[in-house]
Ligand binder design. Sequence first.
Ligand code: ZN
Length: 370
Amino acid sequence: MFYLQINDHLDKLAAEYPNLVTVINAALSYEGRQIKYVRISTSRFENLRKPVIIIDAAVHAREWVTTPVALYIINQLVVDIVDNQLTDEIDWIIIPLANPDGYEYSFDETRSTSHAGSGECPGVDGNRNFDHHWGTSEASSDPCSLIYEGPTAFSEPETRVIRDAVLQNVQRTALYISLHSYGNMFLYAWGNNGTLPSNGLILHLAGVQMATAIDELALDKADRYIVGNAASVLYYSTGTSRDWTRAAGIPLTYTLELPGYEYLFEVPAEYVEQIVTETWAGIVADQLIFTEQQIWSRVLMNRIFDIYYQSGNDQIKVSRIEIKLILNESDVLAYSEDGVGQSKFTASIYMPANTFAVYYNLKIFTCSAP
Ligand SMILES: [Zn+2]
């Protein structure tokens, strides 16, 4: 599919589903191609209490399989409407072709980057051009490098489109995913130095949740997903959209490296359906919104523990509650129906016996984004 066909497709969807889809003609690319993205909303983006999910694809143009994944997500939300809740309760911004110049170029050449600059080495790595520790990596300062960061942060129209879409909705964006390939990884901040953001545990657990849902549908030959800090599991990187969006205040932000199997960047067309369906399952997997772990030492018989959770956002509804206790060498895993469909949960745990120590782990999930 060429870039013009993709843009046409988005315009047709907006014409056919005007109450759900809006096309934003965000900017012209460096070479003058129209960069479009869609907003999907049952409330015209006017209900400021709804969380937003933002997904971009093909920032790295040779990573072709990312665009079909983005288009499939749009299709599931708009045409097939697999689950009304996903649009009733969430607003979506999907940028299926963030770098049309590179995409068109990649049909002939393997250069992965967007275009700016001049001479022998045109092109900027869009995923080094964001303003988060930009300009601090020697490897990205060489204009001939494949990971060239550009002359300034946000020098490229392609990255400014993503920046502006994020900043317009940053208060209520719950999840940002930048689709890349390949490697089967959910990568989270901070890529520049390998330390973790303050919500590192939640970032990890929500990533595991999505990765597990994908792995359940994956081909046998695919590597299982790795979830981790980008610098720890892959390499150090500066100026990435993942780190910039986390720093901007979005709680859950990931670089998602899709499968390449043995084909690496050039996944044959017959695998596209597999990748798009499994990735969809991951993105809509119920999300962990709260977790609490404690060790209670020397619990006496007949003790009662009270548990209370209330979401700060009453639009967020609990879909599943898991309580795990390990006591006296036995595991107890319980699911509670209390609180499902509400934004708060209460329970009491009663200890029928003396124990030396109890390990307690509470997990609360929602279908409707964290
Ligand atoms: Zn990439």
